[in-house]
Ligand binder design. Sequence first.
Ligand SMILES: NC(=O)c1ccc[n+]([C@@H]2O[C@H](COP(=O)([O-])OP(=O)(O)OC[C@H]3O[C@@H](n4cnc5c(N)ncnc54)[C@H](OP(=O)(O)O)[C@@H]3O)[C@@H](O)[C@H]2O)c1
Length: 307
Amino acid sequence: MLALVNTPSAPIPVELREVAEPQPAADEAIVEVHAFSLNRGELALLASRPEGWRPGQDIAGVVVQAAADGSGPKEGTRVVALVDGAGWAQRVAAPTARMAALPDNVSFASAATLPVAGLTALRLVRLGGSLLGRRALITGAAGGVGRFAVQLAALAGAEVTGVVGRPERAIGLAERGATAVVTHIQEAEGVFDLILESVGGSSLAGAISKVAPGGTIAVFGNTSREETPLSFVNFVGHAGARLVAFFIYESGTPASMGVDLATLVSLVASGKLTPEIGLEDSWRNLSRAATALRDRDVNGKAVLHID
Ligand SMILES: NC(=O)c1ccc[n+]([C@@H]2O[C@H](COP(=O)([O-])OP(=O)(O)OC[C@H]3O[C@@H](n4cnc5c(N)ncnc54)[C@H](OP(=O)(O)O)[C@@H]3O)[C@@H](O)[C@H]2O)c1
């Protein structure tokens, strides 16, 4: 079968190669992949992982071999799944505990946006507890996680402010539930009960200055790669505020990932959550899509089709 394989020293980061068929564990099904989405985090790994490494976490497709232990969907079921890697391929072994079935009205492209970005947004929003009548501030709001987080926080009852890098990145955020969009965190008005922070540097410093007393800042990325000078005095006026570090693979349990994926799928199916796909292309053009994502030119998720 064909798969995209890491080529860190070549001019383009991946190459389509013939590879061996996946060998599933007892609790894994073989999925014929129809679409996958890109994550900024896995693109960063392309440079640091060795030649031959097989990337790909977010996949959607059809089960062609059910799990040997009897768990999960049967052959022929359309599914979405989160895999540890090797998902940018015609077929992948996917754990049934991190898989959800798809109704007919959820496309492979929409489903492929959900695993890393959707699960991260869902679990981050839950860190704020009950958001009914509360205020949420979301940095990186134009990106993959950000666009899901804006929608999910609004669905949970929060008044949501998004932070984007430039005005045109705000497209669609108001329609999806943001009551305000600013181009710098310091422009956000008032204080916030929940702040989702992934940019780092001055953005994280800004988050501390904007958190309500007793509020939560969930730190889940450092996209800018900048550091943040931090002192106790930054918290004067923000007593009881907490900084929480979030890592998707260390949140919840593997089994609950499938449950949460099913929640996201059902929100999409009922029209309450809209996966925003800013770029859709053939997997043969992955390099172009990766460049666009890195250059902050994709509003939402980049999805590639296996053709
Ligand atoms: N902890 C976890 O488990 C976890 C899980 C998923 C993602 N993440 C991390 O969360 C972050 C967001 O992921 P994503 O998949 O949503 O990425 P993405 O789609 O590329 O979005 C990143 C957003 O950050 C904004 N940004 C602000 N300053 C930036 C800068 N200096 N360089 C690049 N972008 C900048 C960009 O928006 P503007 O152009 O509008 O500013 C962009 O929309 C990444 O750092 C990722 O590694 C962590």
